[in-house]
Design a protein around this ligand. Sequence first.
Ligand code: BGC
Length: 265
Amino acid sequence: MRVLGIDVGGSGIKGAPVDTRSGRLLAPRLRVETPDPATPAAVTRAVVRITRHFAWTGPIGCGVPAAVRDGVFLTAANVDPRWIGTDARALFARATRRRVAIINDADAAGYAEMTFGAGRGRTGLVILVTLGTGIGTALFINGHLVPNTELGHLELDGAEAEARASAKVRKHARLSWKKWAHRVDDYLQALQRYFWPDLIVVGGGVSRKADKFFPRLSVAETVEVVPARLQNDAGIVGAALAYEHTVRRGRQRLALGATARLRPR
Ligand code: BGC
C-alpha cells in the first residue's frame, strides 16, 4: 500500500509517500516549519501544502504530538491548546479531500521501529522513547501497541521528565552531552523501575548522535537499550503504517459481522 506519511512535530512538519510493505520513502521528504502558534487552522494549511507538493491522491497517515482517540486530540502539551477536543481526522480529511488516519507521533515511530527497525521481531515489553521537542513513548506488548502512553510526563526530581531531559532542553539550556545523558539515564532508570521492559529503543533526531550519550547510560547495565534505526523517518513511516492498521481493523470488524461500515478515514 502507498500512503502519504506526515509527522507533525514541535519544530517541523515532515511528509513523504511511503511504501508500507518495505517502509521505504518513495520520494525525498518535504519539511515545513511548524507554524507558531500551531493552531488547528495553521497546521491544517501545512498538511494541505505537503499533500499538494506530492500531488497526492491516496490516503494519508498523520502522527501528532498528543494523545488521540478516533482522530480527536485529548491533550496538547507542545501545540496550541485549541487542539484539545479537535477532530484532526475530520479537519485534515475535509481540507485535503483524502482519507486520513491520526495517531500519536511516538506511537507512529514505535510502529515503524517494531516493523522495520530496532524492535523488529521483538516480543515481551518494548518501550520506544522519542527525545525531541518533548518526550514521547510507545509501549508494545508482544508486538501489540498500547496506545497513547504519555510517559514523557512522568515526574522526575520534581519536574516533568520532558522538561528535564528532552532534546530541546539540552539545546535550550546548553547542557553538555554528559549532563544531559545523566538526565536521560535518570529517566530511563525510572522507566526501568516502573515497567521492567525487555527492550528500550531510544529515538528522535538525537538518536543519530547515539555515540555522544549512549556510552554514559548506566541503565544499559540492567536492560537492553538501543538507538532507533529509522531515526528521523520513523514518524513518517509509522504514520503511514497507522493508516494501514486502521483499514485492516475496519476489515476485521466487517469480517466479524459488525454493523459498522468501513468508514473512510
Ligand atoms: C506529548 C506526546 C508526544 C511527545 C512527543 C509530548 O509532550 O504529550 O503526546 O508524543 O510530546 O512529541
